[in-house]
Design a protein around this ligand. Structure first.
Ligand SMILES: O=P(O)(O)OC[C@@H](O)[C@@H](O)c1c[nH]c2ccccc12
Length: 526
């Protein structure tokens, strides 16, 4: 993998470590280490240590893998996640909610963490604590020990074989557990060979920050049962946890979803399956799914009259088409002006075809999302995601299942699946969508005859209409037609109501339980 992001974080973490050495030299730290070892030995309980490993074994049960809950103020992809960050306080809430272990981000440049956060957490809880960091210096392992951590993260891709071995040996000496993070099969092999007892697979691709929970599940079978398997990142709901459970994951590591939650205790109980999660979410069982009611987007808004109609019928999103050659196009300036009249609770998507980065950057002033058809170059989506702070949608014209596969690999925040000739009012062959497992927005020829089918797809996030809400005037001009907007909005709302009513029918829920299980080749299936 492209290790740039990882390497930069590792370098930053290393530099932070060198700075701390100026305050406490390695020799002095070694003294502290010795003191603590002596303390251990004088204590009555000689088996102290390796508590993280034990906590996972004891924490997992038939209803849930063990939960490792993370304290994380910020992340390189999301910026600040938690404003009033008090790791000690958060850790106490985790413990109260019966988390099995706690992970504390200590890196400063990308995560705004510190070893002091680790210290604060260790002072506040009795459950095991993991130092989450980019460890490349033994000093960091010793520090973790002295501050009271029970485990450290070792990331295989930033360590050579020799270093990994040295660090694992040091952990063993200090009775610390090591969570050995791997990204692919070769790293897993290396970890196993070096003697890792706990292997973690990150669902977040650190090349582009995309999250795919199937990444760890697909690698599950490569780790023998004698080694604990931790699935890291991207877990947001009870459904995600159930899928991990069905794939014999021993523990899951959850950060962002908890940090964002106002009621952490309740969220952990929900993740553990101790309180029912939203019933509708259960109905839409799926990996990585945005478990919201599907939205409707009306696309190709061009005039003030259109905006008035939109405000009246209130779809969830609208689209301004900024591709110059479309018959529905508006300029960036027009879109900016029209957006001033739009009800602010309606989201705006700026739709581009082969855009320059510059145009997309300009659209940020009025749009909530950017949608790109045919990126200018293969890196554009990834680049834009880093440059602009709003979600990026990549649109795909679908002719075959290969096109769908390409879409599922997209690094965009959302994907939109359309006919190969967007805006033509034609649909592609929706039969191809059967078994498609990435959430998607559907576009192309959605009208009163097929809206019900469109909303019935398991992974549907939203639908996007243009042609079916338009008519042609006697002069041959195409315009947004109030009657048609009304018809489509009514049909949409009726269908959503029907889906929601169905979701609270207990039978539907029962059928969905344990939908995912493992096959021989380690792939999850539904
Ligand atoms: O916030 P999330 O998506 O729940 O992810 C948590 C954790 O897995 C993630 O922070 C992480 C996994 N591996 C890492 C390595 C370094 C820093 C951070 C991480």
């Amino acid at each position: 993998m492209n290790n740039n992001i990882l390497e930069n974080l590792a370098r930053a973490s290393f530099e932070q470590t060198q700075e701390r050495k100026l305050l406490l030299s390695e020799q002095e730290l070694d003294q502290e280490v010795l003191k603590k070892i002596n303390q251990f030995e004088s204590e009555i309980c000689p088996s102290k240590g390796f508590r993280f490993f034990q906590a996972i074994i004891q924490g997992k049960n038939d209803n849930s893998p063990a939960l490792i809950c993370e304290c994380k103020k910020a992340s390189p992809s999301k910026g600040v996640i938690c404003d009033n960050y008090d790791p000690g306080f958060i850790a106490r809430a985790y413990q109260e909610a019966k988390a099995d272990a706690i992970s504390v981000l200590c890196e400063n440049s990308g995560f705004q963490g510190s070893v002091l956060d680790l210290k604060a957490v260790c002072q506040n809880v009795s459950i095991p604590v993991l130092r989450k960091d980019f460890i490349t210096d033994p000093y960091q392992v010793k520090e973790a020990f002295v501050y009271g951590a029970d485990a450290v993260l070792l990331i295989v891709s930033i360590l050579d074989d020799q270093q990994l071995k040295v660090f694992l040996d040091l952990c063993l000496k200090l009775h610390l557990d090591a969570l050995v993070e791997c990204h692919d099969l070769s790293e897993i092999r290396k970890a196993i060979q070096t003697g890792a007892r706990i292997i973690g697979v990150n669902n977040r691709n650190l090349k582009d920050f995309s999250v795919d929970c199937s990444n760890s599940l697909n690698l599950r079978n490569q780790v023998p049962d004698s080694i604990l398997f931790v699935s890291e990142s991207g877990f947001t709901s009870r459904t995600d946890i159930e899928i991990a459970l069905a794939n014999q994951v021993d523990a899951v590591l959850i950060g962002e979803a908890l940090m964002k939650s106002d009621d952490k205790i309740q969220k952990i109980r929900e993740l553990k399956g101790l309180v029912p999660s939203s019933l509708y979410e259960k109905k839409l069982n799926g990996l990585n799914l945005k478990k919201a009611t599907p939205f409707i987007k009306l696309c190709g808004i061009q005039t003030k009259e259109d905006v008035d109609l939109i405000n009246q019928y209130h779809p969830d999103r609208i689209g301004f088409i900024l591709a110059p050659r479309s018959r529905r196009s508006v300029s960036i300036k027009q879109a900016q002006e029209l957006s001033n009249f739009l009800d602010p609770t309606i989201e705006i998507t700026a739709v581009f075809l082969k855009p320059d980065d510059e145009d997309c950057l300009q659209a940020v002033s009025f749009a909530n999302r950017i949608q790109i058809h045919q990126p200018k170059d293969p890196e554009q989506i990834c680049r834009l995601k880093q440059k602009i702070k709003i979600p990026v949608i990549e649109a795909f014209g679908i002719r075959s299942s290969q096109d769908l596969e390409a879409a599922s690999r997209s690094v965009a925040d959302e994907i939109l699946l359309d006919a190969s000739c967007p805006g033509s009012g034609k649909s592609f062959n929706w039969n191809l969508l059967k078994d498609y497992d990435r959430p998607f927005i559907l576009a192309g020829g959605i009208d009163s005859s097929n809206i019900q089918q469109a909303l019935s797809f398991n992974q549907i996030q939203g639908i996007d209409l243009a042609s079916s809400i338009e008519s042609m005037s006697p002069e041959g001009n195409i315009f947004k037609d109030q009657d048609k907007i009304e018809t489509m909005m009514k049909l949409f709302k009726k269908e959503i109501q029907r889906i929601q009513d169905q979701a609270i029918n207990p039978q539907t829920i029962k059928l969905q339980t344990n939908k995912y299980h493992r096959t021989n080749n380690g792939k999850y299936v539904s």
